[in-house]
Design a protein around this ligand. Structure first.
Ligand SMILES: NC(=O)c1ccc[n+]([C@@H]2O[C@H](COP(=O)([O-])OP(=O)(O)OC[C@H]3O[C@@H](n4cnc5c(N)ncnc54)[C@H](O)[C@@H]3O)[C@@H](O)[C@H]2O)c1
Ligand SMILES: [Fe+2]
Length: 399
């Protein structure tokens, strides 16, 4: 740890079955007219009208933006901001997956600090004015975005997924209700669950880890390792859904304070250029990147291996770390995660993009937090390995 560490969270976190209804009281104390950032699927599921009904009981007016159709772009931010201003709203509620939450984070900051959202990347523009109050309600388990001070927005002019991190992007309130995740289809449960696992693992092995994040990352890994497959196999398994929701929240709290590493650094460019859902692109990279990083974080990966298999207590750290990698591979296989080739990405197009993706990964700063810091050439090689990575093989990429 550096000389001292800083740990940030939302002011208030409500979590557990039925927590959703807390949105009324929390909004009432922060504003009188809410803009709800959501999407058509949430609307069709009845979540948006349920939210508006709860708000109405507290005499809060609301208006809705349902334009989030995929992972967020600067265009969604501009559209929703226009509604926010035209309707004279004074509080933002996000209701959906990470895409809705990240869009709302951008609106909350830009509404008071102005400018183009991309200007906030890399601290070129600092949000000095207090943002609009933001209440985040995730429906996936998940990005953990409800408890992070980062937003990831696609720049539509250069196909870069902009990772923007400043304290002002932290939501004021997070409401995590596992009942909202039950409607998640299998592929969303798998992708978002591996995203949460990647957050927990990356926070645990990050060069910026600290005691507060270790505690959360370990608990998150344990919950996700034990409950992702059961939640995937039976979406109505409420106990598994609840553990996943809390695990994803803990993973978010861990990585926002410890940073993510190489998996996320390499994953964002794949999402931006080939439109692979964020959780899938992480999963496609995770086992190979763990193999690459293993020697630099043997003890930490051994802890993960022992969570997958309680009988691994008698194994050496080297063997338990090996077990972590093989167990993550097996989990990806059980969740039917395709590799990049299996997802349908053209090999020539992928090869042509590798140099830009490696540059974009390094420019994001995340690979530099990895226990083994890669060169550009090593990142390019890893992209090639992951293109046709075999999750069913017991062989290491280095054997
Ligand atoms: N800000 C952060 O800290 C952070 C961290 C990780 C990821 N992200 C970002 O989050 C985005 C991905 O978010 P996500 O993985 O939650 O997916 P998502 O928000 O893109 O949602 C994926 C799909 O699942 C649907 N869906 C969501 N919840 C559902 C439910 N309960 N029932 C039925 N359908 C549901 C959505 O409508 C959408 O079609 C990416 O842009 C990623 O970069 C941000
Ligand atoms: Fe992520």
């Amino acid at each position: 740890m550096e000389r001292f560490a800083t740990f940030s969270t939302p002011q208030t976190i409500h979590y557990g079955r039925g927590a959703f209804r807390e949105v009324g009281k929390e909004t009432e104390s922060r504003g009188s007219k809410a803009l709800i950032i959501s999407d058509q699927i949430m609307n069709d599921l009845g979540y948006v009208s349920e939210c508006r009904d709860v708000l109405q009981k507290e005499n809060i007016e609301s208006t809705v933006y349902l334009g989030v159709k995929s992972e967020p772009t600067d265009q969604y931010v501009a559209e929703a901001l226009e509604i926010f201003q035209k309707e004279q709203c004074n509080v933002v509620i996000s209701l959906g997956g990470g895409s809705c939450i990240d869009t709302a984070k951008a609106i909350a900051v830009v509404a008071t600090n102005g400018g183009y959202i991309g200007e906030y990347m890399g601290g070129k523009k600092i949000a000095e004015k207090k943002p609009i109050p933001h209440i985040a309600i995730p429906t996936t388990a998940g990005t953990g975005s409800e408890a992070t001070d980062a937003t990831v927005i696609n720049n539509t002019s250069n196909d870069v997924k902009m990772m923007i991190k400043q304290p002002s992007f932290m939501p004021d309130v997070a409401i995590i209700d596992p009942l909202l995740t039950v409607s998640s289809p299998k592929s969303v449960t798998a992708a978002t669950g591996v995203d949460a696992l990647s957050h927990a693992i990356e926070a645990y092995i990050s060069r910026k880890k600290q005691p507060m994040t270790d505690m959360l990352a370990l608990s998150a890994m344990e919950k996700i390792v034990g409950n992702l497959k059961p939640a995937y196999e039976d979406g109505n398994n409420m106990d598994a859904r609840e553990e996943m929701a809390v695990g994803a929240l803990q993973a978010g709290m861990a990585f926002t304070n410890a940073s993510v590493c190489l998996v996320h650094g390499m994953s964002r460019p794949i999402g931006a250029l080939f439109h692979v859902p964020h959780g899938f692109s992480n999963a496609m990279l995770l086992p190979a990147v763990l193999e690459f990083s293993k020697e630099a974080c043997i003890e930490r990966l051994a802890d993960l291996g022992r969570l997958f298999n309680k009988d691994a207590n008698s194994l050496s750290n080297e063997e338990a770390a090996e077990m972590a990698v093989s167990s993550v591979k097996k989990l990806c296989l059980d969740l039917n995660i395709p590799n990049l080739k299996g997802f349908g990405i053209d090999e020539n197009k992928f090869e042509q993009a590798i140099s830009k993706m490696a540059d974009d990964a390094l420019n994001s700063g995340s690979p530099q937090n990895n226990p083994r810091v890669p060169s550009k050439k090593e990142i390019e090689e890893l992209y090639r390995v992951c293109y046709s990575y075999d999750f069913s093989s017991e062989k290491s990429i280095y054997s």
